[in-house]
Design a protein around this ligand. Sequence first.
Ligand SMILES: [Fe+2]
Ligand SMILES: [Fe+2]
Length: 158
Amino acid sequence: MTTTRPTDPLRAEHDGLRPHVDRLRDLGDQAVQGGDMMEPLQASVEFLHHHLLVHATAEEAVLYPLVADVLGAPRATATMSEDHARIKVLAAELADVDADDRRSIARVAYGLHTLITLHLEKEEKVYLPLLDASLSHDAVAAMYQRMEDAAATALGHG
Ligand SMILES: [Fe+2]
Ligand SMILES: [Fe+2]
């Protein structure tokens, strides 16, 4: 028997992000080991700004307020918003770094990999089970639709 959870679409979205997050670790390895940095660096910068941070913006607009509501504590998600803020700072650093500055690329890429991996785990292990236990499939589906609208707006397609 397969059971579906209301938040499965969000978990699937995270599964789509994860290979790109793992590429940040590969980017760090490449920076240490040698080889051309330009292409992998640009690919990671593009992923961070056009996928990951757009996802984060949609969460801030829709998911986090809902989690705060379910918990009955408006500041409950503030620590997770701080993760987003730090990811944004490091993503901007990676976008600005000189492709020859391998030391900085390795430092920022490894930092982002660890921070984002932990952040996704926190959402999946704490927030999503909370929503699955508290909300109907329909309520979560409506939330997910609003997240997609917020993401489209953030990308300038809304
Ligand atoms: Fe997030
Ligand atoms: Fe997320």
